[in-house]
Design a protein around this ligand. Structure first.
Ligand code: FES
Length: 208
């Protein structure tokens, strides 16, 4: 990553900030590895192609067959965490119940590709799998995945993400609650399936 600190543009500032938070996230991951399985979080570092290409923003492949039902896999794309969650049918069934709790239930203001503008915010081909940029839309922290939110700060959501920084909460489609300081839903990045088990994050083939 080549963000300039001497004369940073607005986008560079964002990149630097995200990188700092990513390092914090990584440290937390190491410390909390023993409890990761219990939280339904999986991590891997599929770095293909080269590290240099990745730093420049190259797409990243992930094997979704590795993700257990209800678990989250985190990959890195453009210096940011990207989550892939293998949502259970039970999780999907809760989505329609959340609309009254959300700022933008229909994702009219959300950043997402057209193919994710549906009730699941995912490609129809694999609707159980959601792909999200793991950066809070408030001030850029990385929220924690909470597959069981019934004992959390937003028990009505059942499952989703909670941001410890200022209390934003997102449902299992990445939609923000009305009471959160974050203004918008989590971003869905461009992505495509190369086959039934491989997702390519960062390239949806739109320009191919
Ligand atoms: S950064 Fe997530 S709630 Fe503020």
């Amino acid at each position: 990553m080549s963000a300039s600190l001497d004369n940073p543009s607005a986008s560079d500032e964002i990149v630097v900030d995200v990188q700092r938070r990513r390092f914090l996230t990584t440290a937390t991951t190491v410390v909390g590895a023993a409890g990761a399985a219990a939280l339904g979080v999986q991590f891997f570092s599929s770095m293909s192609p080269s590290a240099r290409a990745l730093a420049a923003g190259a797409p990243v492949e992930a094997d979704i067959s590795l993700i257990e039902a209800g678990a989250q896999l985190t990959v890195e794309w453009r210096g940011k965490p990207v989550w892939i969650v293998n949502r259970t049918d039970e999780m999907l069934a809760t989505l329609g119940e959340n609309d009254g709790l959300l700022k933008d239930p229909n994702c009219e203001k959300a950043v997402q590709p057209d193919y994710a503008r549906n009730a699941f915010r995912s490609r129809e081909q694999h609707k159980n799998y959601i792909v999200l940029v793991g950066i809070c839309t408030h001030l850029g922290c990385s929220p924690a995945y909470v597959p069981d939110m019934t004992a959390g700060i937003n028990p009505a959501l059942k499952s989703g993400w909670e941001c410890a920084c200022h209390g934003s909460a997102f449902d299992i489609a990445g939609r923000v609650t009305s009471t959160s300081p974050a203004a918008t839903n989590l971003e869905v990045p461009p992505y495509q399936y190369l086959n039934d088990t491989t997702v390519l994050v960062g390239d949806d083939g739109a320009s191919a």
